[in-house]
Design a protein around this ligand. Structure first.
Ligand code: GUE
Length: 297
């Protein structure tokens, strides 16, 4: 069996960011202002700090305005809701992202529900989740939309293909299943209680793994020739003598590469797509807020 094609999400994301950057420049010429993205981070979680920093840099590199709000871990809900209201009202802000998870004393659904759905570039508001589930236009969560772009690029038409999504989160699993269904795939959502998970996954032409368990999906779970999208980003414990563990996905990449036709690596696969799609959604929001026709992107 030949080695699977490595799906280069990092390169795909770089091209998408470049297109978004060019369109953001055109937007600024017409609208007289840049598209703006506000990112809110509550607390000092190290991984979250890294993502927020990366988002800010990518936003500026794509000719957009970045507004960062870092709040202490003990921020009360009223303060956070007041900030969201202020960002909703700010005409320089097209997109609002509140970094999840929030500290335990804050109600995530209440905070996300306070974001103007027209600025909810994460696609997490119930209005946008509802729009996706009934086939209306709205903001689609960045990670699943990025996965769909990679699948469309790789496979073209997905009609009639068997897709198995492992994981049922509101952020990835559920919207991913909706998008695959909209693309006419036959979709199964599997999860921790699924009976004979390897047997279910073995039916799939397309596997999307989003469970958060390091290297859980093994080569012998895969149908030969399957396309594998690995959403997991797990940091392993450090090796002796090292201070940082390796990043691995939810799929055992090396062995899976022997059976799959194509597979996304971790890092360098889905992660960079998430940020690129966030910028894409922010650009779309800016065009909508300015009352301009949204370019195809
Ligand atoms: N409201 C909200 N929206 C999010 O979209 C959101 C969030 N909260 N909370 C945290 C997660 C995580 N997330 C990632 C984005 C990019 C990479 C990424 O680019 N990863 C690189 C490498 C990362 C590294 O080296 O640490 C890669 O996979 O190649 C990873 C993770 C967005 N999230």
């Amino acid at each position: 069996m030949s080695e699977a094609t490595r799906i280069d999400g990092k390169a795909f994301a770089a091209k998408l960011r470049e297109r978004v950057g060019a369109l953001a420049e055109a937007f600024a010429e017409t609208a007289g202002r840049k598209p703006g993205l506000a990112v809110v981070l509550v607390g000092e979680d190290a991984a979250s700090q890294v993502y927020v920093g990366a988002k800010g840099k990518a936003t500026v590199a794509a000719n957009m305005e970045s507004f960062e709000h870092r709040l202490p871990a003990d921020t009360d809900e009223g303060t956070l809701l007041a900030l969201v209201a202020q960002l909703n009202a700010d005409e320089a802000v097209d997109g609002i992202l509140v970094q999840l998870p929030l500290p335990g004393h804050l109600n995530e659904q209440a905070v996300i529900g306070a974001i103007d759905p027209g600025k909810d570039v994460d696609g997490f508001h119930v209005i946008n989740a509802g729009r996706l589930s009934v086939g209306q236009t709205g903001f689609v969560p960045c990670t699943p939309l990025g996965c769909m772009m990679l699948l469309a690029d790789r496979l073209g038409d997905l009609s009639g293909l068997e897709a198995v999504v492992i994981g049922r989160s509101n952020i990835v699993g559920k919207p991913m299943a909706q998008l695959l269904l909209d693309a006419n795939a036959t979709v199964t959502i599997a999860h921790s209680r699924t009976k004979d998970l390897p047997g279910v996954v073995r039916r799939a032409d397309i596997v999307v793994a989003a469970v958060g368990r390091p290297e859980m999906v093994k080569a012998d779970w895969l149908k030969p020739g399957a396309t594998v999208i690995d959403v997991g980003i797990n940091r392993l414990p450090p090796e002796p003598g090292s201070d940082k563990g390796r990043l691995v996905g939810d799929v055992a990449f090396a062995e899976a590469s022997e059976t799959a036709a194509a597979i996304t690596p971790v890092p360098g696969g889905v992660g960079p797509m998430t940020i690129a799609v966030l910028l894409r959604n922010t650009l779309v929001a800016a065009y909508e807020h300015a009352g301009l026709d949204t370019p195809e992107i």
